[in-house]
Ligand binder design. Structure first.
Ligand code: FAD
Length: 434
């Protein structure tokens, strides 16, 4: 019963500006590349390939473009690629880590240039705040601040503490923060749809309401839906948290947790400026974050996940509102217009996974953004498209990171996620995240 709320009408579908409406696959066709999944991963990788001249691409989406996490998220455009890049150091060494740091900073730039190149109407706005509640987090954030400045010297990035914090965000909850004007936020669904429109401009085909039900691997791969098929040289699995066991080899490498979002009613301009003088996006740095932003229509979008126990709250609006009031008590009389949620596909090291299936070099996959997919998907899919075409050193580097199997995830998912969250929360005291 609670699961049904996750699919409820959300802010993105209510404000979408592109009405593309792709038909269902009802024929047998040949392609160079077939992509399963019409979210940021599927569309972005396809667009990257199309820009390289590989345009005979078919994208198959089970429901409609953006039905998955891509049309449900917070729209945060933040730095980074995984939760803690240091966790993969042992696999890539110090030099590899250096490369990953550089890759990790590309995301906002890719989104901005997409928007500019294709004239995408997606409300992109600069201004991101990374917030801390205490002195332990201040130490962590100050380290981040130095790293951000080093890797992105052209962006305005400030470290603020004490009363200055209130010039960033209208809340007494925080002790410190980083104001990063290189990051920001975006209407995720309109961004996706603008990218999909650009993709079709290259001649690629997209089919909606076309769930893939069967795949036959080989030199050419055949993908079947209820009413048609695509035979292609290469396949990309891009279903992330919605794969639902369809390809067991990659399904075993991740586990889902859930995140929940609300959108307030449109707020008066003075209240919006009290919340965020920069009309920006924010998150804290705890192991399970609160994240929020103001929208073009003056709504506050606020999201989070359960911090310890894994469960889906019975009333998503009330649950998220209580969290919002801890940060902004003066919003107590504000109405919540929409509440929704969805699965976050997590990998064991919380780092996104790209690669090919075992002994199937033409069957690629991308998944496991572990809650941070808006910006990272734009980075990761660029690297993935390199691997699917001419090859690249950074594709080899990313695919050298092992993707551990998550044992027992089906029967024990809530218990395993509760244990993992508790572990992350406790270790947060020692790694400066709590
Ligand atoms: C509530 C919520 C809040 C989030 N907040 C943030 C945030 O603030 N910042 C951030 O960076 N990230 C956030 N994320 C995560 C981010 O949205 C995702 O990581 C990202 O959108 C993943 O994109 P994707 O294309 O890989 O997967 P998805 O967007 O989930 O797309 C997968 C698609 O595959 C399709 N599919 C599944 N099975 C089949 C099949 N058999 N045949 C054809 N198609 C199929 C699905 O219908 C779906 O459209 C959030 C996610 C959720 C759910």
């Amino acid at each position: 019963m609670h699961m049904r709320q996750l699919d409820a009408r959300n802010y993105y579908t209510a404000t979408k500006k592109y009405h593309l409406g792709f038909g269902r696959l009802e024929q047998d066709i040949d392609a160079d590349v077939v992509v399963v999944g019409g979210g940021f991963s599927g569309i972005n990788t396809s667009l990257e390939l199309a820009e390289k001249g590989i345009t005979n691409i078919v994208v198959l989406e089970a429901r409609y473009l953006g039905y998955g996490g891509t049309g449900r998220n917070g729209g945060q455009v933040m730095a980074g690629i995984g939760h803690d890049i240091d966790l993969v150091k042992k696999h890539v060494g110090p030099e590899g880590l250096e490369v990953l740091f550089k890759i990790a900073n590309l995301g906002a730039g890719i989104i901005k240039s997409r928007v500019a190149q294709y004239g995408i109407d997606a409300d992109f706005r600069h201004g991101y705040g990374y917030m801390g509640f205490n002195k332990r987090q201040e130490k962590t954030l100050f380290q981040w601040y130095k790293e951000f400045k080093e890797i992105d010297p052209d962006s305005q990035i400030d470290f603020v503490t004490g009363s200055e914090v209130r010039s960033m965000v209208g809340s007494d909850a925080y002790w410190c923060g980083i104001r990063h004007m290189g990051g920001g936020h975006v209407h995720a669904l309109n961004l996706l749809l603008g990218e999909a429109k650009a993709l079709t401009g290259y001649g690629a085909k997209i089919f909606e309401n076309s769930p893939v039900i069967d795949v036959t691997y080989g030199d050419r791969i055949t993908v079947r839906t209820a009413a048609g098929s695509v035979r292609a040289q290469k396949l990309l699995w891009a279903c992330n948290g919605f794969l639902d066991g369809l390809e067991p080899e990659i399904d075993q490498k991740t586990i889902n947790t859930y995140a929940f979002q609300i959108a307030t009613e449109p707020l008066p301009e003075d209240l919006i400026l009290r919340i965020s003088p920069i009309r920006g996006a924010y998150s804290d740095i705890r192991p399970v974050i609160d994240y929020y932003r103001v929208t073009n229509e003056n709504r506050l979008l606020f999201g989070s996940a359960t911090p310890f126990m894994e469960y889906i709250p019975a009333d998503l609006a009330a649950w998220n509102r209580a969290l919002m009031l801890k940060i902004f008590p003066y919003l107590k009389d504000v109405k919540i217009d929409m509440a929704w949620g969805g699965p976050l596909c997590c990998s064991a090291n919380l780092f996104p996974q790209i690669g090919t299936l075992r002994n199937r070099p033409n069957a690629f996959y991308v998944q496991g953004y572990s809650g941070f997919g808006v910006t990272p998907s734009h980075i990761v899919c660029k690297v993935l498209a390199e691997g699917m075409s001419e090859g690249s050193a950074r594709y080899d580097l990313m695919t050298s990171i092992p993707h551990l199997r998550v044992f027992g995830k089906d029967a024990l998912r809530p218990a395993m996620m509760s244990a993992a969250k508790t572990w992350h929360q406790l270790s947060g005291y020692f790694n400066g995240r709590r």
